[in-house]
Ligand binder design. Structure first.
Ligand SMILES: [Zn+2]
Length: 370
């Protein structure tokens, strides 16, 4: 059963990629606009930077990739609701959704780039970013109906959207990783790939990333991001990441086209096998994920900060280190609190029969058994 499920996962991934390499649409979303300025700096505001970088990125793609269609959610200083942005992306059948934003912090020393992919809110700091980027929906009329009661200030609302886009998660991580690597090559500070719940990402039905170009609240970064040179550099980095990702995509699309028959057969087998095993008790284990690396570390490595008996699992080409293992959710929450003292970004992950699943899903499974 386990074997089939894993197999199915491997096969399902390329299936998510349906468009042919010649027919590829990238949707570029410049965050904020019009009456919503986004984060404010001393000399400029977020919406201007986002738009300039978005347009420069679109230009680079149009000039260099004749087979790629570029769609913008806005091309001028206009207010577009989050709902509308996602609608454009879905209606245009986007194969990739890139949101461009600029960060802000109460601390003027905070600086660097971040790229977000969909995931559960895992730390207060990240939740703050998500709240700020999502709070724009409060400016929209009738937002309660449109977002099904979504309240950007409540963590529970974020859990509601969890899992909506799991099939695109790996692809989103891939491009997010490339974006951060390109920023680092261009001497920008790399604050890493992060998981977060952003409403605009959740409503898109394609791999999606949200890029924070830097901190407008930092004088040096604001100056850089407001300069034409800075904007061009950021666009160039994202473009290089896109090219790499697209190359990977084309390869997978080719594999999928030539291997379509066995995939169909495997799915049938898995479906048949699923029924009898559904009666078996699922073993749910929670762990605290402390960090990910691209190489295996010795248990004595300084990166563990003295925490012993860390285990790991592999996902999307990364080694992900975890601490603790329990089927008791309250226990893992308490443990996470302790771990957070040394690893601020640590968060809870869940596994069912050894397969990683969303934490909310694991809890639902446990609750349904009670
Ligand atoms: Zn923003």
């Amino acid at each position: 059963m386990k074997r089939y499920i894993i197999f199915l996962l491997f096969c399902a991934l390329p299936l998510a990629i349906m468009a042919s390499p010649e027919n590829y649409t990238v949707v570029i979303d410049a965050g904020h606009g019009g009456k919503d300025p986004g984060a404010l700096g001393r000399d400029g505001c977020e919406k201007e930077i986002n738009l300039k970088v978005a347009l420069a990125l679109g230009d680079l793609i149009t000039k260099n990739c004749p087979n790629v269609r570029v769609v913008y959610t806005r091309t001028s200083d206009q207010y577009v609701t989050l709902y509308e942005r996602a609608k454009i992306a879905n209606k245009e059948n986007g194969d990739l959704f890139i949101c461009i934003h600029t960060n802000a912090s109460r601390s003027s020393s905070a600086m660097g780039t971040e790229t977000y992919v969909l995931g559960l809110a895992k730390s207060d700091a990240n939740f703050e970013v998500a709240k700020r980027e999502n709070s724009v929906i409060l400016l929209e009329e009738g937002y309660k109906e449109k977002y099904q009661g979504f309240d950007p200030a409540s963590p529970e609302s974020y859990i509601m959207f969890e899992f909506m886009q799991a099939s695109f998660f790996d692809q989103s991580v891939l491009i997010a990783d490339y974006v951060q690597k390109e920023f680092a090559k261009n001497n920008r500070i790399d604050r890493g790939v992060r998981q977060e719940i952003f409403l605009v990402l959740h409503q898109t039905k394609m791999p999606s990333v949200l890029i924070e170009l830097g901190f407008i609240s930092n004088r040096e970064e604001e100056r850089f991001l407001l300069s034409a040179e800075g904007q061009q550099k950021m666009a160039q980095s994202i473009f290089s990441a896109f090219e790499r990702y697209k190359h990977e995509y084309d390869k997978r699309t080719y594999t999928q086209q030539t291997a379509i028959k066995p995939i169909t057969i495997d799915i049938t087998i898995a479906a048949v096998e699923e029924t009898p095993t559904a009666k078996q008790a699922d073993e749910i284990v929670y762990k605290v994920q402390i960090f990910s690396t691209n190489k295996k570390l010795k248990p004595t490595d300084a990166a563990f900060k003295g925490w012993k008996e860390c285990s790991f699992y592999e996902e999307t080409g990364l080694i992900k280190y975890t601490y603790g293992a329990t089927s008791n959710y309250n226990e893992i929450v308490a443990l996470k609190k302790k771990v957070n003292k040394d690893f601020k970004d640590a968060f809870i992950v869940a596994f069912v029969n050894g397969k990683k699943i969303a934490v909310g899903e694991a809890r639902k499974l446990q609750q349904s058994k009670k």
